[in-house]
Write a protein that binds this ligand. Structure first.
Ligand code: SF4
Ligand code: SF4
Length: 179
């Protein structure tokens, strides 16, 4: 065993990177943020958003509460919407996420059976108070499917195809529909 070999190896990597930053194009790994920005990778995740297809009043979310139950720090609050007779509707009346508590784990996206919640790329969300400003309500969380296509084109295209196939299969099983 030779003492100090690890330090020398580490220093040689540092020296190599230092020299390459002057001699090799594309080897600088830092950028001058905010003037310069790195290109996002599709699966980059920050905080969740809710997706709607045609109009924000009809989100994909059916208020099943699964994401709120599975969220480790319990920062999702959902209240199901109701009609005039008090019957539960398949959409949330309240859907809040406390971003000051959210740990960006992505579990809500993974467990949602309705492809309604996704991790966003937006990270410049600083605020002066960490209570109300960071408690995002449904109106602020809702984004159109076109936005999902913008940030996650591969996933959004696959999900569209899946939802379309599901819709067609449903139509075929409805009474009075011929295959
Ligand atoms: S986002 Fe998904 S898992 Fe969460 S309540 Fe809505 S449908 Fe259920
Ligand atoms: S990303 Fe994780 S912590 Fe944040 S709302 Fe979803 S499940 Fe909760």
């Amino acid at each position: 065993m030779s003492y100090g070999l690890g330090i020398l190896k580490g220093m040689s990597v540092t020296l190599k990177q230092f020299v390459e930053s002057y001699t090799k194009k594309g080897s600088i790994v830092t950028v001058q943020y905010p003037e310069e920005r790195r290109e996002d990778v599709e699966r980059f995740r920050n905080f969740p958003i809710l997706v709607y297809d045609e109009k924000p009043e009809a989100p994909r979310c059916v208020a099943c509460d699964i994401c709120a139950k599975e969220c480790p720090p319990k920062c999702i609050t959902i209240v199901r919407d109701r009609d005039e007779q008090g019957r539960g509707l398949q959409k949330p009346k309240v859907f809040d996420i406390d971003l000051s508590v959210c740990m960006s784990c992505g579990i809500c996206e993974e467990v949602c059976p309705f492809d309604a919640i996704f991790m966003d790329h937006q990270f410049e969300l600083s605020a002066y108070d960490r209570m109300e400003s960071l408690n995002y309500h449904q109106e602020k969380l809702l984004k159109p499917n076109s936005y999902l296509h913008q940030i996650r084109p591969t996933d959004a295209t696959q999900i569209d195809a899946k939802l379309k196939a599901k819709e067609e299969a449903k139509k075929k099983t409805q009474p009075g529909t011929t295959a």
